[in-house]
Design a protein around this ligand. Structure first.
Ligand code: F0G
Length: 350
């Protein structure tokens, strides 16, 4: 049967009715890739939920199909969000799909080029503010409270509803939940959404168990780990450069109810995991690699010593093509040679 996107697939678990105009780009249905490399090193069965293969290249599309469909149902004509890049790319695309206006606030100079290009080409009004993501989100909250504009950040509950379907897909693939689920944490909407999804599927009898949620923030932007707001968040993983996450409390609930943890990984650990994933054929953006950096760090501490053979899923939140600059910066430029067979064979090592 033709796949029609996650709202049609999981309609019975979502707050939609026959009258909801479904705005979709056929998001969801992303692959769970088995990693031989990581499984071998960790003594676990490691799967990568590659959310970079959504229509705009990140998991945000799952939430955006719901948020935009519900905004349309309500009669909204304009949507707005603050973003470190992916939310704005997704909001712009879904708004374009259904003829809505979209305005986005981004932190000036701290968004990957691909994401900026996406928001612009889909005709969003893109405003770079002199400030960080947290400043932008505060502005968007104030504006959307006062004016007839729909907020499509993850404090919009429909975003969480859409994003929870990733947990459903994982349970549908395995016939149960994995033992562990590792995920990058920025504004903390996604960890909240996965946990909601796992719990709902469990209650519905679709899975027998619940996973332990393992969340990872970048060390320079780790408010939840530190237990306080970070005024000047820093990290090369610009997608998760956030000092005051909107879903802080639900993220703590996900951590505690699942008997999991939320920890920090350094930029070096993120970059190393980023390069390692790419060496294994999977190109993610740096923020996405935080989940893998996190489990490698836990492995070194012996965290998995007594649970060998367990199944663990790492969410890879966005595609590597979003940020080509950081890739080139980390691996260097190609060699340039004359158009000469001998020179080429020498370079290839033949
Ligand atoms: N990974 C990527 C690639 C992201 O873009 C984000 C968030 C996260 C992880 C963290 O997810 O916020 O639900 O904890 N990006 C948002 C944005 C903030 O504006 O695109 P979270």
């Amino acid at each position: 049967m033709l796949y029609k996107g996650l709202i049609e697939k999981y309609r019975e678990y979502l707050p939609v009715n026959a009258k909801t105009p479904v705005v979709t780009l056929n998001e969801g249905n992303t692959p769970l890739i088995f990693s031989e490399d990581l499984s071998h090193e960790l003594g676990l069965k490691v799967y990568l939920k590659f959310e970079g293969l959504n229509p705009t290249g990140s998991f945000k599309d799952r939430g955006m199909t719901m948020a935009i469909s519900k905004a349309k149902e309500k009669g909204a004509t304009t949507v707005m969000c603050a973003s470190t890049g992916n939310t704005s790319a997704s909001a712009a695309a879904y708004a374009a799909k259904c003829g809505m206006k979209c305005a986005v606030l981004i932190p000036d100079g701290n968004i990957a080029l691909g994401k900026l290009a996406q928001a612009m080409i889909h005709n969003a009004k893109v405003i770079a503010i002199r400030g960080n993501f947290d400043d932008a989100l505060n502005l968007v909250k104030t504006i959307t409270e006062k004016y007839p504009i729909e907020l499509v950040n993850s404090i919009n509950p429909f975003r969480i509803e859409g994003q929870k379907t990733a947990a459903f897909e994982i349970c549908d693939s395995f016939g149960d939940a994995p033992e562990f689920h590792a995920i990058p944490v920025g504004n903390a909407g996604n960890i909240t959404a996965y946990w909601k999804g796992y719990k709902e599927y469990h209650s519905a009898g679709k899975s027998k168990t619940l996973p332990k949620m393992l969340g990872f923030q970048a060390a320079g932007s780790a408010p939840i780990v530190l237990g306080h707001v970070v005024d000047k968040p820093e990290t090369i993983a610009t997608a998760i450069r956030i000092g005051n996450p909107a879903s802080w409390k639900p993220a703590l609930a996900a951590r505690d109810e699942s008997a999991g943890l939320i920890d920090a990984v350094t930029d070096d650990e993120i970059l190393s995991a980023y390069k390692r994933l790419a060496s294994g054929g999977v190109f993610t953006e740096p923020a996405s690699a935080a989940s893998v950096a996190g489990i490698l760090q836990l492995h070194k501490k012996g965290f998995f010593d007594h649970v060998k053979g367990s199944r663990i899923v790492c969410t890879l939140t966005g595609h590597g093509l979003k940020d080509p600059n950081i890739a080139i910066k980390n691996v260097g430029q190609p060699v340039t040679l004359n158009a000469d067979i001998k020179e080429i064979l020498k370079e290839v090592g033949l």
